[in-house]
Design a protein around this ligand. Structure first.
Ligand code: GTP
Ligand code: MG
Length: 586
């Protein structure tokens, strides 16, 4: 960003200003094209993968691990790194801690069982991913920033400013998993010990130069920084390193864009991307108008209000309009979801939400508990759309189970906002199943991150901590987790261990039918008796007598209303709060 480029016309920043100029142009063209396209497609709602879906299935089978295997030997990074450190995947270079090629998403994890859901979905997703590069859908707006991220060769870089070395490493490992999820190949990772980020280049110019050398050495084309960079820092770094620089937020947004499936999800992600893009557009705008000033007016003042600025203003207005439109659309979609939720509430079906850090095994657990067939993937943010399934306690009480979007440390605030309605699904739940990957090196901080988001959306229902992946977890960590979280169940969605115990736990935690009824139901009302056998009642006694069926049961208020006309002495009929107009539903 040190832009004294006027006397040296060929400086890199000058060059990238022109590049950015073109990129801006392209962005705007895309916005407009995509806008038209979207208008055209409005209401069609089909998947863009339709046409090529099957062609890719063989490639899809090899899954996320593919980009990883390549790196197992670390053959090309030998240079300054001593072989032993290399073997352990780590080396030292200056004050950089170097990690070599990443294997964040464990290769052994790619086998699937019948509980891993529709793996066709996965194939579809990979097919979709490929098609997306060609599509003109609106997520393309941000492609300028990170379209080529997919299947790129990347170097990761992070600052270690507080916390332990281990935490810094875990953070970089998570970044590697994110990068792989986005489809990149991780060639190397470096951590710099530094108290405060450099305002200009984040790492400081010396370290940035070193980073450039590493990038050249391993042949990377992108650097991903483990933080959210200020627009100026990103450009400052790019000017030194000479390859594309992306931050963690952009990476997460990219994954969300790849994975969003529902109309609402897509709109939410797009909104988040635009929010992210807007200030960065301003960054480009500034440099452009400065450039225009140099060329046109030869100075500040007039030049800074030159054509560049006008154009940027226009672009920003277009983006703002688009954002406003998206907000309206999202708002319009919300009532449908709310109505559904209200309906469940009215019928008093208890709701259980599965929440937790991304990749903890939430979808696997949903599949275990309900045979839902939801996509399970060893990738981050496999699930973006909440899936609701009905389930039943061992003694036959019905409830709904909702799989939700996973959380991640420092979830970009744009995304928290964007996914608020989804997260509110969790907030409205009667019980939270907080799934924890007990085999993770630092599950405690993941739990903490999840609690922060939950507090943010004011989800404060009773919580069961589900310590998952018990088959992989080490006993020490498990013991510690058990101690810290008394309300826990230890399970493995993979092997089925502890699932019965978990079902019991849910059964105890959900609000049970509690209105006591004694009634004599005439034989003409067979439907009512059927309901007493069903999901929302606990039948204590049943006797067939001459005039009908005599029952003693615990029911929910709406059923109590329906039974009221037949109530007998001792019958409890409190809580007649909502008029059940849907009468005898036999
Ligand atoms: N070994 C083992 N692996 C598990 C277990 N549960 C889940 N996994 C694996 O962990 C990975 C992530 O599982 P998912 O169920 O997709 O996780 P999720 O929490 O839904 O993830 P997102 O939707 O991406 O947030 C998959 O590769 C699963 O096969 C378990 O109990 N043991
Ligand atoms: Mg999932």
């Amino acid at each position: 960003m040190t832009d004294h480029g006027s006397n040296t016309p060929d400086t890199p920043s000058e060059k990238s200003s022109t590049e950015h100029d073109r990129e801006i142009q392209a962005t705007i063209e895309r916005i407009l094209a995509a806008d038209r396209e979207r208008e055209r497609l409005a209401g069609r709602g089909g998947s863009s993968a339709d046409t090529t879906g099957s062609a890719d299935s063989s490639a899809a089978g090899s899954s996320a691990a593919e980009g990883v295997e390549v790196g197992a030997e670390g053959s090309e990074t030998a240079d300054a790194v001593d072989p032993e450190a290399q073997a352990s995947g780590r080396g030292q270079r200056g004050s950089f801690l170097r990690f070599g090629q990443a294997e964040a998403l464990d290769v052994g994890q790619t086998e699937h069982s019948r509980f891993d859901g529709l793996q066709q979905d996965l194939e579809e997703r990979r097919a979709t991913r490929r098609v997306q590069g060609l599509s003109t859908e609106l997520e393309d707006i941000s492609e300028v920033e990170y379209r080529q991220l997919r299947l790129e060769r990347v170097v990761l870089a992070g600052l270690w400013s507080d916390g332990t070395a281990e935490q810094a490493e875990n953070s970089l490992r998570e970044l590697a998993a994110l990068a792989e999820t986005a489809g990149s190949e991780v060639l190397d990772g470096v951590i710099q010990r530094r108290v405060k980020p450099d305002p200009g280049t984040y790492f400081g110019s010396g370290k940035a130069t070193e980073l450039r050398d590493i990038v050249n050495e391993v042949g990377a084309d992108t650097v991903i920084v483990d933080s959210e960079l200020a627009p100026s820092q990103r450009r400052g770094l790019e000017d030194v390193i000479k390859v594309k620089v992306i931050d963690r937020t952009a990476l997460i947004l990219d994954i969300f864009a790849q994975h969003a499936k529902s109309r609402e999800g897509k709109a939410q992600v797009e909104l988040a991307q635009l929010e992210y893009l807007l200030p960065r557009l301003r960054g480009w705008g500034e440099s452009m108008s400065r450039q225009a000033g140099g060329q046109v007016a030869g100075g500040a003042g007039i030049g800074s209000r030159g054509p560049g600025e006008t154009k940027i203003e226009l672009d920003r207005r277009r983006i703002r309009n688009r954002m406003a439109k998206l907000r309206r659309e999202i708002k319009a979609m919300k009532p449908a979801r709310e109505a559904k939720r209200a309906n469940r509430k009215r019928n008093a079906v208890p709701s259980v939400a599965i929440v937790g850090y991304t990749n903890a095994g939430k979808s696997s657990l949903l599949n275990r508990l309900t045979d839902a067939g939801v996509l399970v993937e060893n990738a981050l943010f496999a699930t973006l759309d909440p899936t609701v399934r009905s389930a039943e306690t061992p003694d036959g009480i019905g409830y709904t189970l909702t799989d939700t979007v996973g959380f991640v440390r420092n979830l970009p605030t744009h995304l928290v906002e964007a996914f608020r309605s989804t997260l509110e699904e969790a907030a409205g739940a009667d019980v939270l199943l907080h799934v924890v990957d007990a085999s993770h090196p630092d599950p405690m901080s993941q739990i903490q991150a999840v609690h922060e988001v939950l507090a943010d959306v004011e989800a404060n229902g009773p919580e069961i901590i589900v310590l998952n992946k018990a088959d992989l977890a080490d006993t020490h960590t498990l013991a510690q987790l058990r101690r810290n979280y008394p309300e826990h169940v230890v399970v493995s969605a993979r092997t089925g261990q502890g699932i019965d115990e978990l079902k019991e736990g849910i059964s105890r935690a959900i609000p049970r039918p509690h209105t006591e009824v004694r009634a004599l139901i005439p034989y003409t009302e067979g439907g009512l008796v059927a309901r007493l056998h069903g999901h929302d009642a606990e039948l204590l006694e049943l006797e067939h007598v001459e005039d009908g069926t005599r029952i003693h049961a615990l029911v929910r208020p709406d059923l109590a209303d329906l039974l009221a006309p037949y109530a007998e002495a001792d019958g409890g009929e409190d809580g007649a709060e909502d008029g059940a107009e849907d009468g005898a539903d036999a």
